[in-house]
Design a protein around this ligand. Structure first.
Ligand SMILES: *Cc1c(COP(=O)(O)O)cnc(C)c1O
Length: 434
């Protein structure tokens, strides 16, 4: 599996991607996949299993992207696949109630402290845009506070100082987003309570709420400073505003009940996605019963979806959560991921590269930087050319990392100590040559 640079061939990937670029903008269905920020050709996948992915040239990689988070149990887990095969025989879409929705809803409500009722949608983007409508309807206020470098999907109102692909491509904003749509979106630096307080003072009785990634994963990995989440809970309550955790990435990832369980802070509303779909397209938003009761058809806030609550997606979600709620899951993720990140930081030190990083459960990040990273401005100080060379070197040695300094990494229950050791061996070789 450990490939030497000289034997690394990606001829088929190159052919397929060249054709794709004529067919689809940038040759991809989602921007970060195109490797623009790290340079070079993206790898075209053929299949995935456990902790591994295989490209169309037959190269095998240890995977730390996990289809951007959902593959927390390992790719193509038999428990999920077998249930999907059975579900498939009953049909691919109902467009009518099914008991599967009840099952997944119960699991989400049991797990996530803030969630008393839930609505299923098809993506994290949809969950976030719907939750914003609900925040505004419930409070009768139009402004919202988000944080620099946080990503809440690609809906217009959130494309202000957004993370993920927007950060990766260095787009300040997106053309096509009218000023009128984002003029009610206020931004503050992550981990800066004073900035949030100032915004509330400058906009009295106008702010519907605060939305954030409780642990940022879309500007690289940035955990909240002690007291930050509790401070936001206090400030929002003081001003009659809602606190919304976007747990599309962290939900069922950093703890079974997400960041809100991990840090003991309960928001009013929560968005979910990624893991709860078990690799099929699912998003969800949920929270306090009095707020969720405003959603149509029980209330006036309209939101709908032809494929929402899709039986295959619900099945994959249920089976994934069944695996995750077994004892020891998050301890295992924590142990393996700590071993990876502490190994990477040690190797960086030994080979003379300034680096800063950390992990929580199965989520991690490593910046090539001299300074601690508490917010997006700090993250932007990292050495991007060095990250690109590191990324390429790791790829050539059979390790698939997210192709951007501004994306968190993910481990899964399928990653073994041997996988971590191989990854660290590759990292040592690459960092020695950077
Ligand atoms: C991925 C992500 C989204 C968007 O979800 P999609 O399913 O890609 O639309 C929103 N918020 C956060 C925190 C995410 O990580």
């Amino acid at each position: 599996m450990t490939l030497l640079t000289s034997t690394f061939k990606t001829t088929k990937s190159e052919e397929i991607f060249a054709a794709a670029q004529k067919l689809m903008p940038g040759g991809v269905s989602s921007p970060v996949r195109a490797f623009k920020s790290v340079g070079g050709q993206p790898i075209v996948f053929d299949r995935v299993k456990g902790a591994y992915v295989w490209d169309v040239d037959g190269n095998q990689y240890i995977d730390y992207v996990g289809t951007w988070g959902p593959a927390i149990c390992g790719h193509a887990h038999p428990h999920v696949l077998n249930a999907l095969k059975e579900a498939l025989e009953k049909g691919t879409s109902f467009g009518a109630p099914s008991v599967l929705e009840n099952l997944l809803a119960e699991m989400v409500i049991d797990a996530v402290p803030s969630v008393e009722m839930v609505r299923f949608v098809n993506s994290g983007t949809e969950a976030c845009m719907s939750v914003l409508r609900l925040m505004r309807a419930f409070t009768g206020r139009e402004k919202v506070i988000k944080f620099e470098g946080c990503y809440h999907g690609h809906a217009d109102m959130f494309l202000v100082k957004a993370g993920s692909g927007v950060a990766t491509l260095g787009l300040p904003d997106s053309p096509g987003v009218p000023k009128s749509t984002t003029s009610d979106t206020l931004t503050a630096p992550f981990n800066d309570l004073e900035a949030v307080k100032a915004l509330f003072e400058q906009n009295p009785d106008q702010i519907a709420g605060v939305i954030l990634e409780p642990v940022v994963g879309n500007a690289g990995f940035i955990p909240p400073d002690g007291g930050f989440l509790a401070g936001l809970r206090e400030i929002t309550q003081e001003h009659g505003a809602l606190l919304v955790f976007d747990e599309v990435m962290t939900g069922f990832r950093i703890a079974y009940g997400g960041a809100q369980e991990k840090f003991g802070i309960t928001p009013d509303l929560t968005t979910l996605g990624k893991v709860i779909g078990g690799g099929l397209p699912v998003g969800a938003y949920g929270g306090r019963r009095d707020i969720m009761s405003m959603v149509a058809p029980s209330g006036p806030v309209y939101q709908a979806g032809t494929l929402s609550g899709n039986p295959l997606a619900m099945t994959a979600g249920i089976k994934t959560l069944e695996l995750l709620r077994q004892p020891g899951t998050y301890e295992q993720l924590e142990r393996v991921t700590k071993k990876l990140i502490s190994g990477l930081l040690d190797i960086a030190k030994e080979t003379g590269h300034a680096a800063y990083g950390g992990s929580i459960s199965g989520m991690f990040g490593l910046f090539f930087t001299e300074h601690p990273v508490h917010n997006y401005e700090d993250a932007k100080q990292s050495n991007l050319p060095k990250f690109s060379r590191f990324h390429r070197g790791m790829l050539e040695r059979g390790v698939y990392l997210a192709p951007s300094q501004f994306e968190a990494g993910f481990t899964s229950l399928a990653h073994t100590d041997e996988d971590i050791q191989k990854t660290l061996n590759a990292a040592r070789a690459v960092m020695s040559s950077l």
